[in-house]
Design a protein around this ligand. Sequence first.
Ligand SMILES: NC(=O)c1ccc[n+]([C@@H]2O[C@H](COP(=O)([O-])OP(=O)(O)OC[C@H]3O[C@@H](n4cnc5c(N)ncnc54)[C@H](O)[C@@H]3O)[C@@H](O)[C@H]2O)c1
Length: 315
Amino acid sequence: MGRRHLDVLARDQRVRIVGVADTVEATAQSTAQAFGARPCRTLSELADLKPDAVYVTLPNRYHGAVVLEALDRGLHVFSEKPMATTLEEARRVAARVRLSGRVYQMGFNRRFAPAYRFLRGEIAAGFIPYSAHAKITDGDMLTPSWYIDPALTGGFLYDCAVHMIDLVGWLVGPIRQVAARGRRSCYPDEDDIVLMLWCEGDRPAALTTCGHASWAKPTERVELFGDHALLVSEDMDRARHATREAPEPAWRQFASPDDVTAQGYVDEDRAFIDACLGEAPPPVTVDDAFASIAAIDAAYISLRGGGRPESVLQE
Ligand SMILES: NC(=O)c1ccc[n+]([C@@H]2O[C@H](COP(=O)([O-])OP(=O)(O)OC[C@H]3O[C@@H](n4cnc5c(N)ncnc54)[C@H](O)[C@@H]3O)[C@@H](O)[C@H]2O)c1
């Protein structure tokens, strides 16, 4: 992901990439060299180069500590998901962001992908989602290998479903209660999980996530049920809006010049740079990031407790 963001940022005339830090020296060196930057080992070495902002694209478990250190050093921060791998750490990051006056943007790239923008646009134009049905799957959890280790990911929900949990909150309404059941099928982590999400306004959503589904498309799908109407998206590039009068509309296939645009990374990175330059607030906020962690925390409490509904803490 670090490489992917660097590819996007290198296209932005407003950005100069000054350093790349990685604990693996060869990775820091080859990546820094590719972007005319200085290889570093630590955030402290990176900070000595006096950047305005950092991208945190480490394995999940390290996000919280490194984001806190970056904020303490006065840097704007873009953090890949998840915000943290425990609720306590998410609270610490949220509190520090609010005190810091620095920009913090969470890497929910799907909010910038054309299919999800279409759904959100239709909702803004008057479609009311009363309930929803969503899925997000991985073909496997082997690349990179740490994806199967809950000590590093926080658990499968923190890694993959976190995107869809954010989208349900964004499209249907803030998630207030969660119930979850799951099992370990192919990996040493719950890799099959089904969630019931209750959103604000008494709107239920069902979400299924699986870590071993093959890479058959669609790997993600959202169905929003309205008043005798259906909004549906598949992956990040196609969607349609069916109504009682027109139940079989053609799919809209959204064309993009490349994968990083189709998956929302180009617009999310542009928005972060806009925010760093003080041109607009970050579009995905620390509150959005915290809400996703609070929902996942409630989901794991429910899962461990046999599927009881759990309230999602608001702070
Ligand atoms: N938004 C998305 O669509 C999306 C997609 C994939 C991954 N991600 C997120 O991006 C992050 C990185 O995932 P990835 O697939 O690029 O992983 P990766 O393993 O390919 O890359 C992580 C890099 O961090 C380095 N690293 C590990 N520990 C370190 C430390 N303590 N200090 C410095 N460097 C360290 C590793 O050497 C490696 O180069 C994860 O948090 C993941 O959840 C987001």
